[in-house]
Design a protein. Sequence first.
Length: 207
Amino acid sequence: MDKRLFFPATQRNRKSIEGVLYKIIKKNGSILEIGSGSGEHGVFFQKRFPKIVWQTSDPASIHRESISSWIDYEKLNKKMPQPLMIDVEKIPWKIPLKLIYSLQGIISINMIHVAPWSCTEALFRESGKLLNKGRFLILYGPFKIDNKHTSQSNYFFDNSLKMQNSLWGIRNLEEVSDEGKKNSFFQQEIINMPANNFLIIYRKDSN
Ligand SMILES: C[S@@+](CC[C@H](N)C(=O)[O-])C[C@H]1O[C@@H](n2cnc3c(N)ncnc32)[C@H](O)[C@@H]1O
């Protein structure tokens, strides 16, 4: 049965994210995506970077079913593994050893503001354990800079998130990067992305 979900934002942001990934991703190895949602990013990036293995994950079964349906629909079954059940707070993450050995980096798109702050803490903590020196953790989404919104639309978006769940909300980049530091990640680059989003590249600076 076709269980594909369609998240319209993925159509809008995937090309610009791809443009950054092109400069970062090495030819071989694997990438772990946290909070993959519908799976539309996953199959898109798997097709764009055919030599690597794109490993999706999500805690919600409806999302994992959608990801599997997208993998089927795009005929990527031979190349792309099935999504993992990863809730960043449920540790340790259950990840195949093969994936750990080949892991280039971890990416999470539009997740940390749609989850409690404890998820940001858990994401850095577990990524810090999994990734070796020099490997990356990439975050994409809206951020506050110096505790200020970067646009009025982000301010309204933040309020709407908090109305849905008081623990959600757009994060302050400095606090996110401090969490990185606690887990041996330095903030390598902040890239301005369309629609008032940022892509932040963190690198592990020790084992
Ligand atoms: C706004 S959606 C973004 C989905 C996708 N990355 C995208 O950009 O379309 C947020 C995603 O974060 C996932 N998520 C929420 N809490 C999480 C957690 N504790 N651990 C991992 N993922 C989580 C949700 O299931 C959802 O798929």
